[in-house]
Design a protein around this ligand. Structure first.
Ligand SMILES: Cc1ncc(C[n+]2csc(CCOP(=O)(O)OP(=O)(O)O)c2C)c(N)n1
Ligand SMILES: [Mg+2]
Length: 477
């Protein structure tokens, strides 16, 4: 129905951005009945169209096999994404003997031609100072090993793409410097050190807020490989753009680089990696940790300390789901991406994703622990998913960072407009008791506001495996 689909649009928008191969269905009024404009009616296909790869309505039950097979093929073919099928009531109530026919899957694990690979290899070897931009296709094509081999072979530093919504490169690898942020000036300053940016399955400098500054310096050339040609040259011209699978390409490219580069490349790469190691992600983490002191009696807690402690206490193979906004900016200085499923973040910026996402990730990875860190404001958009976690007895540990408001909006209002009197962005009248809300959904929950309280609650939550726990941690903005 139209209002139901409307409610789902924010989530479908997010799945379009993450390329989630998904078939979304919605029931529709019976064909003909819709014409009378009953309650809950509006044409569904035009509502869904802007946020899916393909949207259609079933008009005859005999068309179902063709439509379902096509929907599955479209959703799973790179670039993957959601599709939508509207199901009128008369179709849902109809019956027919149907042959579902056989599925079609398009194999996109392709590599570039030999000539294109050689051109790319020579361009990379000819660069004075190349940098690798690691994107989400490294995760989706399962190419951590190939991507680290590329960085080691070239001796090039690795930056994660500006919307770092997944684990796209192992943080503790010596070549890893961290993620680029979405501050155009900052990104431009960082990239101005490099004469070539090799984008590996990455979005090219996707930003949030307008700025007069272009994030790509004119002196940084772009080479790209990945399955999404829409991204190539979309905003910045790419000198080399290869539509191909990241893993297959790197498997062929790395040996070619070694062959063409020989001993000289090996020497240069070794020296370069040693230099990068002095300022890489691990070095930054050590320096940061050394400066951080435990806030013995401070209330509420500093977000950075809470994030550092959380990472210390999380099991090594735990999966982090994150929608913490201002409370989690420092989390990524401590939490290392170890494998491609170790982290899931909000790709679209549409808040309300986190609690529901944690439920989905825990169902997808029953053998691993899911720890979800979510802002108080964001939590309110899909708070009902706590009930689903309880209903499914999922051992998710939810950490709700309560700073009593939409802190990021307050910060931006001040930063961009000099306005220090935000309206409607505080949750202090009355204050929200999120632990009580969670208990109302059947989730074991506790509020903490001290370091010792946070430690104790975390130990208890991690020890509980028969259902979800929630820790509401009071955070200083
Ligand atoms: C669906 C949706 N509605 C509104 C917004 C605008 N918005 C962006 S951040 C934010 C507040 C987030 O608050 P919270 O989760 O408490 O994090 P904090 O900023 O306090 O760290 C809002 C309302 C959005 N991005 N998506
Ligand atoms: Mg908040």
């Amino acid at each position: 129905m139209a209002p139901g689909l409307g409610n789902a649009i924010g989530s479908i928008y997010t799945s379009l951005m993450s390329g989630t191969p998904m078939i979304v269905t919605a029931g529709q009024q019976e064909q003909g009945h819709g014409l009378t404009e009953p309650l809950l009616y509006a044409p569904l296909v035009p509502i869904a169209s802007p946020v899916v790869k393909w949207a259609t309505e079933v008009n005859r039950i005999e068309d179902l096999p063709r439509i379902l097979r096509r929907a599955a093929k479209v959703a799973t073919t790179a670039p993957t994404g959601p599709v939508f099928i509207s199901l009128p009531g008369d179709i849902l109530n109809n019956e027919a003997a149907i042959d579902m026919a056989a599925p079609t899957r398009v194999d996109t694990a392709v590599r570039p031609s030999d000539a294109a690979l050689e051109q790319l290899a020579k361009r990379l070897l000819g660069a004075k100072k190349p940098v690798i931009l690691a994107g989400h296709e490294i995760a989706t094509s399962d190419a951590f090993a190939e991507a680290t081999a590329l960085a080691e072979t070239l001796g090039a530093p690795v930056l994660q793409q500006t919307v770092a919504w997944g684990a796209h490169f192992p943080s503790e690898h010596p070549a890893y410097l961290g993620a680029l942020n979405r501050d155009q000036k900052n990104v431009r300053r960082i990239l101005s050190d490099y004469d070539l940016m090799f984008c590996v399955g990455a979005d090219v400098l996707k930003m949030s807020v307008w700025s007069e500054t272009e994030p790509l310096p004119e002196t940084t050339a772009v080479a790209m490989v990945g399955l999404r040609d829409w991204e190539m040259g979309k905003n910045f011209p790419a000198e080399i753009a290869l539509r191909a699978d990241v893993k297959e390409t790197l498997k062929a490219l790395v040996p070619l680089l070694r062959k063409l580069g020989g001993d000289a490349l090996a020497q240069r790469a070794k020296a370069s990696l040693a230099e990068i190691a002095t300022r890489n992600w691990s070095a930054q983490r050590a320096a940061r940790k050394a400066k951080l002191t435990a806030p013995a009696s401070e209330k509420p807690l500093h977000a950075e300390w809470a994030m550092m402690r959380l990472v210390e206490k999380m099991p090594k193979d735990a999966i982090l789901v994150e929608e913490g906004l201002t409370s989690t900016t420092t989390l990524f200085n401590y939490f290392p991406f170890r494998d491609r499923n170790s982290y899931f973040g909000n790709v679209s910026g549409g808040i309300g994703w986190g609690i529901a996402a944690a439920v989905g990730v825990q169902i997808a990875h029953p053998a691993r622990r899911v720890v979800a860190v979510i802002g108080d404001g964001s939590a309110m958009y899909s708070i009902t998913a706590l009930w689903s976690a309880a209903n499914q007895k999922l051992p998710v540990v939810f950490i709700i960072a309560n700073n009593a408001g939409y802190q990021i909006l307050k910060t931006r209002l001040k930063l961009f407009h000099g306005n220090d009197t935000p309206i409607g962005m505080d949750f202090n009248d009355p204050p929200m008791d999120i632990a009580a809300i969670a208990r109302g959904f059947g989730v074991a929950a506790e509020r903490v506001d001290t370091a010792a309280g946070f430690d104790g609650a975390l130990d208890q939550a991690l020890a509980k495996t028969d259902g979800p726990s929630l820790i509401e941690v009071m955070i200083k903005s």
